[in-house]
Design a protein around this ligand. Structure first.
Ligand code: ZN
Length: 124
């Protein structure tokens, strides 16, 4: 992942934690975002298992991350946590170029196995 995109991501995740705690969500209930697909500094995908069935969109420029949503969907604080994560990613310069892999996915899309957000760093 490129330097500025990484710094912005860390900022977004820190701000998400701070906002969620300020909202009164117990520390142990604040879902830690996880990713299984982060683009490498000079592009390409980080595929340890060599088992990606097809190329992930836009994981070539060092500006993209996939964030798994399963742990969020299982949380009783789901609505507030995803709102905070979305707000902080947007504030840090990330966008969601794929509708079906975003906070704006339809309920059907969100119910698919492996539902995740694809966030792309556009800069400040
Ligand atoms: Zn992706």
């Amino acid at each position: 992942m490129q330097y500025n995109a990484g710094v912005a991501l860390i900022t977004a995740l820190d701000d998400y934690q701070i906002k969620s705690a300020a909202d009164g969500i117990p520390t142990g209930s604040i879902v830690k975002p996880n990713s299984e697909a982060l683009s490498l500094k000079y592009g390409g995908i980080f595929d340890i298992g060599k088992n990606y069935s097809n190329p992930h969109c836009q994981h070539r420029s060092g500006l993209d991350i996939d964030i798994g949503m399963a742990n969020f969907q299982a949380s009783s604080y789901h609505t507030q946590l995803v709102a905070n994560l979305e707000d902080k990613l947007l504030a840090a310069g990330y966008t969601f170029p794929e509708g079906s892999e975003s906070p704006y996915a339809t309920p059907t899309e969100q119910s698919q196995p492996g539902y995740h957000w694809h966030a792309h760093y556009d800069g400040p």
